[in-house]
Design a binder for this molecule. Structure first.
Ligand SMILES: Nc1ncnc2c1ncn2[C@@H]1O[C@H](COP(=O)(O)OP(=O)(O)OP(=O)(O)O)[C@@H](O)[C@H]1O
Ligand SMILES: Cc1ncc(C[n+]2csc(CCOP(=O)(O)O)c2C)c(N)n1
Ligand SMILES: [Mg+2]
Length: 339
């Protein structure tokens, strides 16, 4: 009896994988074997860079988030680490832990969005794992190639510090997003434009939370011009600290040069806190020599990638300092921490 029960469960598990995840494009010559065996087989000739990220219901996305939204946030936040290495996006694995009562519709909407994104970023789903759990948990490992990986430890005194995109929007949107579920459960199904109109927060904040714009193309094309990079997932304050310590330099930022999200101002402490410690930005902080300044600007312009020059690298031991003009400020903040 027990055997039969297990067997039926396993049948469902295999059916689920077959139905939702197997007929995707696998157009990648280095992927010798994809979904179906005990392991995937990859054979490439460049260094492979790999990063794993877990997205947990209620921690990384709201409990009531739509399946397409869960797919976008989990996938894009994982991809961001490849951008931080200046790598291509080649293949990914997907480990899904799902509650038993999740509907097939949920899963098909999740898979549909993930497939759209995989196609958009030309990345192949090569394997994964599917289990039951109380909470929805999505673990994505992204794999990419790069001849010379861009490291956190490469910043040199004299470098410029740059940031891509805009900061603080996702964190600014979060309270409104969470409150919208409390007010009416129907909001879970509203699109970004509708939520934006209803709550009067900028649609850019909502997009920053649900569909962060990962600077993949810029990072790949610019990587040979850059000395170091990190993606900003926990807030610039914390992540800049990681880069400073890894490179054994100090970083000095001009708060007025920071590209804050729409309607956020550096002199409003709550706004600065969102941009420095809110997290969920998935933009890059990178450094490069002053000699690379023009090439970086030209490249960024040519592919429509916003970049901002926000500070300088100086000799030191891993400190980060913030300046309001010539005046140093000490925001009492720290980046996002799980524990
Ligand atoms: N459970 C773990 N076992 C082994 N290594 C880990 C574990 N958790 C994290 N790491 C490693 O620690 C380093 C820092 O991890 P961290 O998750 O902070 O980086 P990140 O992925 O850039 O950040 P984020 O998760 O906010 O995107 C990475 O090299 C990562 O591989
Ligand atoms: C529903 C909901 N969505 C988002 C957040 C914010 N948040 C969660 S994890 C994290 C850092 C990156 O994660 P990791 O370090 O695991 O990659 C941030 C900024 C929240 N509190 N609640
Ligand atoms: Mg990272």
């Amino acid at each position: 009896m027990r055997l039969q029960c297990n067997l039926l469960e396993r049948m469902r598990e295999f059916d689920l994988i077959k139905t939702h995840f197997t007929d995707w494009s696998t157009n990648c010559s280095n992927l010798k074997l994809g979904i179906g065996d005990d392991c995937l087989v990859w054979q490439g000739d460049q260094p492979l860079v790999i990063s794993t990220d877990t997205a947990v219901q209620g921690v990384h996305f709201p409990e009531q988030a739509r399946p397409d939204q869960v797919a976008s946030r989990a996938f894009l936040s994982a991809l961001s680490d490849l951008a931080a290495m200046g790598a291509s996006a080649d293949f990914f694995t997907l480990a899904l832990s799902l509650p038993a009562d999740l509907t097939d519709h949920w899963l098909s909407e999740f898979a549909k969005q993930l497939r759209v994104l995989a196609q958009q970023y030309q990345i192949v789903l090569a394997g994964g794992d599917t289990t039951r759990s109380k909470l929805i948990t999505v673990t994505i490992s992204v794999h990419g190639c790069v001849a010379k990986p861009l490291l956190r430890s490469g910043a040199i005194a004299g470098d410029d510090i740059w940031v891509t995109g805009r900061l603080g929007g996702a964190a600014a949107a979060l309270p409104t997003i969470l409150a919208s579920y409390d007010e009416t459960s129907g909001d879970a199904n509203l699109g970004t434009q509708a939520v934006s109109a209803k709550t009067s927060i900028p649609s850019q904040w909502l997009n920053a939370y649900w569909q962060p714009d990962i600077p993949m193309l810029f990072a790949k094309q610019a990587s040979s011009l850059l000395n170091s990079a990190i993606d900003i997932s926990d807030g610039l304050m914390g992540d800049a600290g990681h880069l400073a310590r890894a490179s054994q330099v100090d970083l000095e930022f001009d708060i007025h040069a920071l590209p804050l999200a729409e309607q956020l101002q550096p002199n409003v402490p709550q706004h600065l806190a969102l941009a420095l410690a809110g997290g969920d930005d998935y933009q890059l902080c990178f450094t490069a020599t002053k000699a690379a300044r023009q090439s970086i600007t030209l490249l960024a312009e040519s592919i429509n990638q916003p970049v901002s020059l926000v500070g300088r690298v100086v000799r030191g031991n891993g400190d980060v300092r913030w300046y309001d003009g010539t005046h140093q400020i000490k925001p009492a903040l720290q980046g996002y921490q799980h524990f």
